[in-house]
Design a protein around this ligand. Structure first.
Ligand SMILES: NC(=O)c1ccc[n+]([C@@H]2O[C@H](COP(=O)([O-])OP(=O)(O)OC[C@H]3O[C@@H](n4cnc5c(N)ncnc54)[C@H](OP(=O)(O)O)[C@@H]3O)[C@@H](O)[C@H]2O)c1
Length: 248
């Protein structure tokens, strides 16, 4: 039997860790050729060696020219715009504008440029899949979420508007919005403090990157007339961005 994604080429941003790496594995296992992108090339190369068919490409999504060139060199019919990050949980009034810029440039502008560069070829072909990595932080706020919340709300707005612009093109658009997933996300958020990062998951069972990758794979392997629009994934132990059951 033919694998579900045989003959397809996917590009995953932020494939060097966490959700992006798990998604790349899932797409490759389903038969896609996967272009793995992120800033840490050594990690991408190690992952590429593990996969059946993959290319490792160093790419900072904040560099719009490099993003366009990557998609020119690697025509894809499946884009997972996943690269993203948060810094800190300080109140807005205590925040660092330099860190806000990195979040805005990565989480919003990085996604805009990648989607813009990927779409013309998909539209010309009359098919393709764009997956945006949103978050429940783009649906509900929480204290200290401020600028990270704003970037993920921006993606939710993009999702809503782009659905309209893509009408009639045959290109499918999906936003995948997870709650707590245990990855390096919290280590980055706490600026390398691994102890603070691990406390985020104390006494509760978070989602894993594989849980998110499964959902993405399911969405992009539906028949062409089915567009899975929004996937919101919560750990069973979490009811909102502010309500988490902790057993210890
Ligand atoms: N973990 C969660 O609880 C959670 C929940 C909801 C949504 N999300 C979203 O899921 C996505 C992936 O996060 P994760 O949890 O898998 O975190 P992660 O393990 O820290 O992975 C983040 C990925 O983004 C890449 N990245 C960061 N800045 C980049 C840049 N400028 N250019 C290219 N790649 C960049 C990193 O690669 P390099 O450092 O090698 O560039 C890494 O591969 C993010 O958009 C995040 O907002 C996470």
């Amino acid at each position: 039997m033919q694998a579900a994604l045989e003959g397809r080429t996917a590009l995953v941003t932020g494939a060097s860790a966490g959700i992006g790496a798990a998604t790349a594995r899932a797409l490759a296992a389903a038969g896609a050729h996967v272009v793995l992108t992120a800033r840490r090339k050594a990690r991408l190369q190690a992952l590429a060696e593990e996969l059946k068919s993959a290319t490792a490409l160093e790419l900072d999504v904040r560099d719009a020219g490099a993003v366009s060139a990557a998609l020119e060199a690697h025509p894809v019919d499946l884009l997972v715009a996943n690269a993203g990050l948060a810094f800190g949980t300080e109140l807005f009034q205590d925040g660092d504008p330099a860190e806000w810029s990195v979040m805005v440039d990565t989480n919003i502008k990085g996604v805009l440029h990648a989607v813009r560069a990927a779409l013309p070829r998909m539209i010309a072909a009359g098919r393709g899949d764009v997956v945006l990595m949103g978050s429940v932080a783009g649906r509900q706020v929480y204290p200290g979420g401020n600028v990270y919340n704003a970037t993920k709300y921006a993606l939710k707005g993009l999702y809503e508007a782009l659905r309209l612009d893509l009408m009639g093109t045959g290109v499918r658009l999906c936003t995948v919005d997870p709650a707590m997933v245990e990855t390096e996300f919290s280590v980055v958020r706490f600026r390398g403090d691994e102890e603070a990062a691990s406390k985020v998951y104390d006494g509760m069972r978070p989602l894993t990157p594989v849980d998110i990758a499964d959902a993405i794979l399911w969405a992009v392997t539906r028949p062409a007339h089915v567009n899975v629009g929004e996937i919101v994934l919560w750990p069973t132990d979490q009811a909102s961005t502010r309500d988490v059951t902790r057993r210890s």
